[in-house]
Design a protein around this ligand. Structure first.
Ligand SMILES: CC(=O)Oc1ccc2c(C)cc(=O)oc2c1
Length: 276
């Protein structure tokens, strides 16, 4: 691991690192915020998964999360949104596929299957690296925005034993049934839609092995709400499966980090409570 930068914030430290990842077979960058409590004790970790077009810096610079994380004694780890440095066909052509659009799944279609293993990276490799190198406990929670909200939900629903809590801002809630998800899953998983189901939160809820409560904030003025995000479909699946969910509809809020910054404290408090 190589330290790229170290910046003090609210008594803690925001550090950026790059490292060689085995799961995505390329160099990856991530950020970690260590609250002041980490100087004397191990602290729990919230993993934050960003959305399309983002990297580790969008959350650290725009969410305004560190005052509350410092107060709560919560570390926050922000991975990148895809492998970088490969040059596959179509990888850099659009904002919703390829670079910065890894969708937190394990690709099975070549050439993406060689490196686009963001699920393994986020669920296994990164926690292992973080827990071996920083003063953190093995208690984890996970959250994210949009594509990252989808990522947080599937990681938690597939591995309830690894996470104390999960939340999402405007997640892509039913990716097998929206244009962003259909495009990504076709490119990464192929045409056989049966292979897509294990990467869709709405479909995972039906067979979830534990009833991990889902906290979701969704802006009512979000331009992507109807066509891409579909929280109501997830809500219906939860009601059918008796899976606990809190879906908060936030009047007037859009898809931006202004929305995330407005409610991030609630999410941090929710996770801190579960992690304590
Ligand atoms: C920094 C920022 O605004 O991030 C951002 C903007 C738009 C989107 C969209 C449209 C989808 C998504 O998954 O993430 C995302 C993130």
């Amino acid at each position: 691991m190589e330290l790229l930068s170290s910046t003090k914030s609210f008594g803690g430290w925001l550090k950026r690192y790059k490292h060689e990842s085995l799961s995505v077979k390329s160099e990856m960058t991530f950020a970690i915020y260590l609250p002041p409590q980490a100087e004397t004790q191990k602290v729990p970790v919230l993993y934050w998964l960003s959305g399309l077009t983002c990297n580790d810096e969008n959350f650290t610079q725009k969410a305004g999360a560190f005052r509350k994380a410092s107060e709560l004694g919560l570390a926050i780890v922000c991975p990148d949104t895809s492998p970088r440095g490969t040059d596959y066909p179509h990888e850099h052509e659009s904002y919703d596929f390829g670079s910065a659009a890894g969708f937190y799944i394990n690709a099975t279609v070549e050439p993406y299957s060689n490196t686009y293993h963001m699920y393994d990276y986020v669920v296994q490799e990164l926690p292992h690296l973080v827990e071996a190198n920083f003063p953190v406990t093995e208690k984890r929670s996970i959250s994210g925005h949009s594509m990252g909200g989808h990522g947080a939900l599937i990681c938690a629903l597939k591995n309830p034993e690894k996470y104390q809590s999960v939340s999402a801002f405007a997640p892509i809630a039913n990716p097998t049934n929206c244009p962003w998800g259909e495009k990504a899953f076709t490119g990464y998983l192929g045409e056989d839609k049966a292979t897509w189901n294990e990467w869709d939160a709405t479909l995972l809820v039906e067979n979830a092995s534990e009833r991990l409560h889902l906290l979701i904030d969704q802006g009512e003025a979000d331009n992507f709400l109807e066509e891409q995000l579909k929280p109501d479909v997830l809500l219906e699946a939860c009601e059918k499966a008796d899976h606990p969910i809190t879906l908060r509809r936030q009047l007037g809020y859009d898809h931006s980090y202004f929305f995330i910054a407005s409610f991030i404290d609630d999410h941090l408090e929710h996770h801190a409570k579960a992690l304590s």
